[in-house]
Design a protein around this ligand. Structure first.
Ligand SMILES: *[C@@H]1O[C@H](CO)[C@@H](O)[C@H](O)[C@H]1NC(C)=O
Ligand SMILES: *[C@@H]1O[C@H](CO)[C@@H](O)[C@H](O)[C@H]1NC(C)=O
Length: 354
């Protein structure tokens, strides 16, 4: 079957890798799936025009009920939708948008939510026919760049040292914007570094907010042991993560996308790197303290938990092992593939019964 797949593909939304992965699941079942950016279309009639060209499309899929799903309202083909980052957290608050999303949900053959919680929230705010929303967590597939030089990475991030191999690098992966609180640990970490020069903190992520980026740059210049690295491609980022002693998450809140499309903690777990995360609901839903990672509620506690991780090898082995199990059980790519193949089959059948 020939399927149109609409998503917001602008870089940095994290959507692109998700959309690509789902597209490949669908194509591996023998379908043709054309991925298109919502920015290419002005209105639902543009999409209706596209799907009628020859050979015609036979079904459609969209990530984001509002941003992408609304563009499917004029087509006569069976389609499915996947809830996107801002659908339930932001867009529903606007009554006009909410109504559109409800229309999309009503017309869709199925909808997919990445978490149980999101499904519950969606059913609470949108009128939805029973059992139309499926829960399928995102599959975690961490591809690591083959060509990657650790020393070069450290040098380009401003790390000057003669003992590269003994360094304990803590990596904070986050966009430079306020809700992510990138400087939460800077001061305390710097003090800790002055006692032990081998412990360093590297902050890496897209420079989303220019004012905050300038502030982070200024702080990093002063705080010894804390560095700011240039943003890298996903594969390179994974290569960096893999070489680190631990991956840190100090977000003070979920932010607007509610951790739906940003899953760095799970990627670290998948790469067998210990995770140290701030104790907020979003992180605590994934990280069980002392089991598959460590949680902290203050910068001081961060240092304390890091020290435990440095000195207790059994603890380190345990959290790494359980982290990997967590990802395998809860973010299986194989299961994700089966789900989407099954759902696309329902579109395939619907085509003939329409
Ligand atoms: C970790 O940090 C990222 C980026 O700051 C954030 O979006 C995400 O919600 C956090 N939690 C998890 C579980 O990845
Ligand atoms: C998968 O997630 C559930 C819910 O968070 C959790 O109870 C379970 O232990 C996880 N599986 C593993 C192997 O950690």
């Amino acid at each position: 079957m020939k399927l149109l797949f609409l998503a917001c593909l602008s870089p940095k939304t994290g959507n692109y890798t998700t959309a690509e992965r789902i597209r490949s699941h669908i194509e591996s079942a023998g379908h043709t799936c054309e991925l298109r950016d919502v920015a290419d279309f002005l209105s639902p009639s543009d999409v209706a025009h596209l799907v009628s060209q020859n050979p015609p499309f036979q079904g459609a899929l969209a990530i984001h009920l509002f941003k992408a799903g609304r563009l499917l309202l004029d087509i006569q083909l069976p389609f499915g939708v996947i809830f996107g980052g801002t659908d339930i957290n932001e867009d529903v608050k606007d009554e006009q948008k909410r109504v559109v999303m409800e229309q999309v949900l009503l017309k869709a053959r199925f909808a997919v939510a990445f978490t149980e919680k999101l499904k519950e929230e969606a059913e609470f705010v949108l009128v939805s026919p029973q059992s139309k929303i499926y829960v399928q967590p995102q599959g975690i597939q961490t591809e690591v760049a083959e060509k990657f030089c650790w020393t070069e990475f450290l040098m380009s991030s401003g790390v000057r040292t003669d003992c590269v191999d003994e360094l304990c690098v803590f990596l904070l992966v986050c966009g430079l914007r306020r809700v992510k609180d990138p400087l939460y640990l800077a001061e305390v970490f710097s003090e800790w570094h002055s006692e032990n020069h081998l412990n360093i903190l590297i902050i890496i992520g897209p420079k989303v907010d220019p004012a905050l980026t300038a502030k982070v740059e200024a702080v990093v210049k002063r705080a010894t042991g804390v560095f700011l690295a240039q943003e890298r491609s996903q594969r390179k980022l994974h290569a960096v993560m893999k070489r680190c002693f631990a991956v840190v998450n100090s977000s003070e809140s979920e932010g607007m996308s509610a951790a739906i499309l940003e899953v760095n903690i799970c990627k670290a777990m998948d790469l067998r790197v210990p995770v140290l995360a701030r104790n907020i609901p979003g992180n605590a839903a994934v990280v069980k303290h002392g089991v598959n990672g460590l949680l902290f509620s203050s910068p001081q506690e961060f240092v304390h938990q890091s020290q435990r991780l440095l000195s207790d090898h059994k603890l380190r082995e345990r959290v790494v092992r359980n982290g990997k199990l967590y990802v395998e059980e809860n973010h299986s790519v194989k299961q994700e593939k089966e789900t989407y193949q099954r759902l696309v089959d329902t579109l395939h059948k619907a085509q003939f019964s329409a």
